[in-house]
Write a protein that binds this ligand. Structure first.
Ligand SMILES: Cc1cc2nc3c(=O)[nH]c(=O)nc-3n(C[C@H](O)[C@H](O)[C@H](O)COP(=O)(O)OP(=O)(O)OC[C@H]3O[C@@H](n4cnc5c(N)ncnc54)[C@H](O)[C@@H]3O)c2cc1C
Length: 349
């Protein structure tokens, strides 16, 4: 038995890409079948290997879906170098040659989705679960979408549900652990909803005990350009929907801020004019034109003193800041946390 086989056999074992999307911001979204007994917590990461791309390469990625999702788990993979670019092209090609592929428009931009043909074939799934022999053609097709998994591994973000006031700061793809946590929060919230048997009105009286110590969550996401906000546009829209439905309860619990650090136009004056136009539009339509979300996308870097002062003034108990992103920003945040006496946790990749 070679080292690769031991690595695969010892941990999660083999899985398959069930669905994949290439996003315009050069990110690949994979939905991978969950192996049996694959238990993880929000914010955990895994090493994956896709033999169709490279037989010996394992790469670490944070799970971006919530553990409550039983059938699959998600990864959002930014095309950073050799392997990740190869993956992006591989999925693009599969979408081109696979008759089942569909394109869906999200917030006015296009995404290409490819569904692994065999995984969505009920007969095949039956054959796999009942251990029936498969035709060679099917076996070869399935091999293309095979994934080996090692993990999951925990990170400091596991501590979020033990914080009283959690401030989640994600930069770029550093948002992935928080995407998992935010989806888990929505799921826990929804499960605790009560429903009136007469009029079917639903409500959440108090914060559900599954949120543990959490009294308040501030989520701050910083990206270079507006395109990257498409990664989790659907999930963030769900959070906003929940805010709208909860009549103030979820509003008080969850606050979101989004920043785009790149200028809207090379010319500074034009950039300012565009920002002002977007601000006016947001005031009248209550929607951000660039992201399609209710939360207004702010231009430039956050004013950390202003952000931290606002958080301190809320007095929701012990404040813990969780950051995931580039080390340079981590150093800045660590200094601000020391200044405001907030507990600091970081994860860099
Ligand atoms: C715990 C953990 C969790 C992670 N989670 C995620 C996640 O959720 N999503 C995600 O997208 N990434 C994540 N990463 C990062 C991810 O693992 C890497 O981006 C990926 O493994 C890179 O593989 P690659 O072969 O494509 O890049 P490589 O080819 O190995 O390149 C790696 C880096 O070197 C740079 N580089 C490559 N060639 C050059 C060159 N010629 N000149 C200058 N620079 C160059 C690239 O820009 C890239 O940043 C995570 C990393 C860790 C450790």
């Amino acid at each position: 038995m070679n080292l690769e086989t031991i690595r695969t056999a010892f941990y999660g074992g083999k899985s398959y890409i069930k669905e994949a999307r290439v996003l315009t911001s050069k990110v690949t979204h994979l939905k991978i079948t969950r192996p049996p007994n694959f238990d993880y917590e929000p914010g955990d990461y895994v090493f994956i290997r896709i033999p169709a791309l490279a037989k010996m390469e394992w790469h670490p990625f944070t799970i971006s879906s919530a553990p409550e999702e039983k059938e699959t788990f998600s990864l959002h993979i930014r095309s950073a170098g050799n392997w990740t670019n190869k993956l992006y092209k591989f999925i693009e090609n599969q979408a081109r040659i696979n008759d089942d592929n569909v394109s869906v428009a999200v917030s006015g931009r296009r995404k290409t989705t490819v569904a692994c043909p065999n995984m969505n074939n009920n007969n095949l799934q039956e054959e796999m679960t009942q251990g029936k022999p498969m035709s060679e053609k099917l076996q070869n097709e399935l091999k293309l979408f095979e994934v080996s998994i090692e993990g999951p591994y925990g990170t400091p973000t596991r501590a979020i549900f033990r914080a009283e006031h959690a401030v989640l700061i994600g930069a770029g793809t550093g948002v992935t652990p928080f995407a998992s946590i935010l989806q888990s929060i929505i799921n826990r919230y929804r499960l605790s909803k009560q429903c009136c048997p007469r009029c079917e009105h639903t409500w959440t009286g108090v914060l559900p005990p599954t949120l543990m110590e959490l009294k308040k969550v501030n989520f701050i996401w910083i990206n270079r350009d507006h395109k990257s906000f498409e990664w989790f546009a659907e999930m963030l829209a769900q959070m906003e929907l929940e805010q709208g439905e909860e009549q103030g309860e979820f509003d008080k619990f969850f606050e979101m801020e989004m920043y785009m650090t790149k200028e809207l136009h090379q010319n500074r004056m034009r950039s300012i004019a565009l920002q002002m136009a977007l601000q006016t539009l947001h005031k009248s339509t209550k929607k951000d034109l660039l992201t399609g979300l209710k939360t207004r996308l702010q231009s430039g870097r956050p004013n950390w003193d202003k952000v931290f002062k606002n958080i301190q003034a809320q007095k929701n108990g012990r404040v813990e800041v969780f950051f995931c992103g580039a080390p340079a920003l981590s150093e800045i945040l660590e200094r601000y946390c020391a200044k405001y006496d907030f507990i600091y946790h970081k994860e860099s990749f």
